[in-house]
Structure formats: structure tokens, C-alpha cells
Design a protein around this ligand. Sequence first.
Ligand SMILES: *Cc1c(COP(=O)(O)O)cnc(C)c1O
Length: 234
Amino acid sequence: MKDIALPEALAGAHARLEHALHEAGRPLDAAALLAVSKTQPAARLRQAYQAGQRAFGENYLQEALDKQVALADLDDIIWHFIGPLQSNKTRAVAEHFDWVHSVDRLKIARRLSEQRPAGLAPLNICLQVNVSREDSKAGVAPEALVELARATHQLANVRLRGVMAIPAPADTLAAQRQPLAELRTCLATLQKALPDAPLDTLSMGMSSDLEAAVQEGATLVRLGTAIFGPRRQA
Ligand SMILES: *Cc1c(COP(=O)(O)O)cnc(C)c1O
């Protein structure tokens, strides 16, 4: 399969995001673009970097660490961990990432804070919320979110930045917007409950629901296939 030329694809993703922001009546810099690079080889990330991209999202720890080694000369990349996170992986994530979007229980938040190296800035954290309420899906239940956020905000070496969700796929714009609106309400609830927390991030919107997410106030959209094309076999 032929690769999409990265500079064009990235420019297209930015244009799509700006169009969505414009349509939603929001400032054109109100949402940033996270390039989700899972299964893409390091050379593709390097091309995106050369085209100006700095924030990359990875799902699989070992794959991400290998790419970080291959791209060590690009020292201003911002690495976001967005995949499922088990206890045995928190140390490496705390040591090698700037953000984690997939924190959904206090045990994981505590370990990330304890394991964050002293010389690094606090780790930015988004709490993943199960807005679609699917039993199999990761994420804290909306009802339990404030309690988890309060406890996470007490931790020394993390900064509680916001919330993230991966809603179930939906066909219509209206159906896409419903869980995203719920996530927006979750963030507003946290901002009220924890006025001194740096809660500025609504991490939502993927290649298939970017427009719905921007309409519901997304500040950080996570685009994979819209930038890199189809994923490689993991
Ligand atoms: C893979 C992934 C994305 C990107 O999905 P696309 O549909 O390729 O844009 C975004 N967020 C998370 C958590 C992902 O795992």
C-alpha cells in the first residue's frame, strides 16, 4: 500500500480541525492535534516531526519505547501515553512520557506519581471516563469520577489536566455528540469541584468523530488514520 505523503496528510488534518473549529464558532487555536502513531514506524513519526508535529500519542508501551530510542535526537517531542495501563507498566510510563490519558483508577495514579523521576516536571494526567457505559470498556464510571479526581489531585508528582473518552462508534453526528457532551459535562463538574486544579483538557475526537468532538468543546483531538493512513499490523 502506498503511504500518504505525510506533509500533505498533516496539513489536511489541520485544515479539517480548523474548519471544524470555525464551523463551531470557536477560535482556531482552541484545540490542538495529537498525532496517534501506534503501529507506525519511527520513520513516519520523523516525517511528521519534520512537517511540524510535536505531540505524539502511543498505545503500546514497548513499541513506544523503541520509537523513543530511534527518535532520541528529536528532543522536543511531547509523548502522550493513551493505551490501557496496567500496574506493571506505570514505572516506564512515568519515566518516559509527558502525558497519560488513560488513568482510570487511583492505584495507577498513585504509582505514576510515586514513580515520576524527581528531575522531571509533574506528569500530566487525564482521567479516562467510560461515557458509553459499556461493561467491557476501560474508564472510570461518571459517578465515581469526582472522587477519583480529588484523590489524584492530592498526589505530588502529577498534574490533573482533564478527562478523556473513547466512545462507542456511532453513525450519526447526533449520536456521536451524546457521549462527547457527557464528557464535557464531566470536565465542567470537575472544574467546579476542584477549582485549584489545572483542568483545561478535553481529550476527545478521533478520525471518525472529530467534528462532533469539536462541536462539544474538545481541546485535544487524537488523530491516527486521518494523519498516517491505515495502521500497520501491530
Ligand atoms: C488509535 C486511537 C486513536 C486514533 O484513532 P483513529 O481512528 O486512527 O484516528 C485515538 N485515541 C485512542 C485512545 C486510540 O487508541
